[in-house]
Structure formats: C-alpha cells, structure tokens
Design a protein around this ligand. Structure first.
Ligand SMILES: [Zn+2]
Length: 250
C-alpha cells in the first residue's frame, strides 16, 4: 500500500533512513574486520618471503663453509705429505727447504681453521635466528587462523543481519512512490548516506544551517514534504502537542 500523505511519507522515509543507518553500521564493522584479516595475511606473506630469502642465504653460507672445509682438508693432506717428505730428507739444504714448506702449510692451516671457526659461528647464529623467526611466524599464523575462525562466525552473523535489513528495506520501499525512493537514493548517495535529518533549534542537523522560520513551521505542521534548501535532505521535527493544541518542537 503506497502512502500519499506527506506526514506518512516522512514517517516511512525516516524508517528507511534508520534501516540504511543500521545496514551501513554493520557493513562498516564487516569491512573493518575483513580488511584487518587481509592486512594480517599480507604481513604473514611478507614474513614468509623474507624467510625464503634468508634460508637461501643460509644455504649459500653453508656451501661456502663446505668449500672452505674441503680446502682445509687439502692443506692438511699437504702437511702430511710434507711431513713424510721431511722424514726422508738427509741433506740439510733440502731439510731447510721442506721445513720452510711445512711452516707455510701450517700457517695456512691455522688461518683456514680460524676462518672456518668464524664462519661456523656466523652460520650457526644465522640458523638460530631463522629458527626463532620461523617460530614467530608460525605463532602468528596460528593466531591469525584462530582469529579467522572466530571472525568467520561473526561475518556470517553480520551477513545474515544485512540480508534481514535488506528484506525489511524492500518492504518499506514498497510503501513509497518510486520517484520518492529514487530521490531519497540520489540524496543519500550525494550526502554520505544520510538523506533524512531532524530539525533541531531551527537548524538542519544534516548541514547545520539555520532554517527560515517559515520552513520550520512547515516542518512542524508536517502538511508538506520539506527539504533543506542548503543540503536537499528531507527534514522532520520531533513534535509534541502543547496543552492548547498547538504543535511544538521537542
Ligand atoms: Zn541541510
């Protein structure tokens, strides 16, 4: 049943606005929840990529360490050979030369051993750091999963509420002429979703502009549909009847 009396139209428009406010509030919470979940997922993906890079670097360092260790082994073999050679030397000139060679190899070995020790320490520290980070990411991931499970339930509740409000909205709009519904939609779109506002202390609560007394009188009488001359929103006043029967704003 389409309403035609201005007061009835305003009544339905106010209900429509209330439903849209309700729907918008739910959507805002819903969107905030979804984007917070997406943000966390982005952080996790970033941390995962960083971990992959670090593991690659660790593999490189481990390979380098193995190369250095192989080099050390080669030097040790050289040392063993030089020692064997020394035991077979009889001439003192040759003895000095081989001894010198031994000395050089020993020095190289000490150097290599130091290098490998430092490398081992660095590689172990890096490995530990990666393990700690992996644990951190894993904790964060299970936290995110738990949050997502509880959020999924809340999202389902919100979606159900949005659907329910939409149904009520359909019922409400069927009571208005299409041109009014369309105009309401245009104003709402242009004015941050608010197309119906209250007049309080002679001011439009949508744009806060002071209205002329004749406007306020029209609104109080509710005998015609009044729109704010400044922001085009539908205006209404909470009214009460004075003991003498006149209408007054609340
Ligand atoms: Zn206004």
């Amino acid at each position: 049943m389409i309403v035609t009396k201005p007061a009835d139209i305003m009544d339905v428009l106010r209900k429509l606005q209330a439903l849209d406010d309700e729907s918008r509030d739910i959507r805002v919470s819903r969107d905030a929840m979804v984007s917070s979940m997406e943000r966390l997922q982005k952080v996790l993906n970033h941390l995962d990529r960083e971990l992959v890079d670090k593991r690659d670097k660790l593999t490189e360092a481990e390979t380098w360490n193995r190369t250095k260790t192989a080099e050390l082994e080669a030097e040790r073999e050289k040392l063993a050979k030089a020692k064997a050679k020394l035991s077979g030397v009889t001439r003192s000139k040759e003895y000095v030369a081989v001894n010198k060679e031994l000395e050089t190899v020993r020095k190289t070995i000490t150097q290599r051993e130091d290098e490998i020790k430092n490398l081992d320490t660095a590689v172990n520290e890096f490995r530990d750091a990666i393990a700690r980070e992996e644990q951190k990411v894993q904790d964060l991931r299970s936290q995110a999963a738990a949050e997502e499970r509880s959020n999924r339930e809340r999202l389902a509740v919100m979606d159900a509420r949005i659907a329910e409000v939409d149904l009520r909205r359909k019922a409400i709009t069927s009571r208005l002429d299409n041109s009014i519904v369309n105009r309401y939609a245009r104003i709402a779109q242009a004015r941050g979703g608010v197309a119906v506002v209250r007049v309080l202390d002679s001011a439009c609560k949508g744009c806060n502009m002071i209205l002329q007394p004749r406007f306020v009188e029209n609104i109080l009488r509710a005998s015609s549909i009044v729109m704010c001359p400044h922001c085009s929103r539908y205006l209404y006043a909470e009214t009460t009847h004075e003991p003498d029967g006149s209408v007054a704003a609340l």
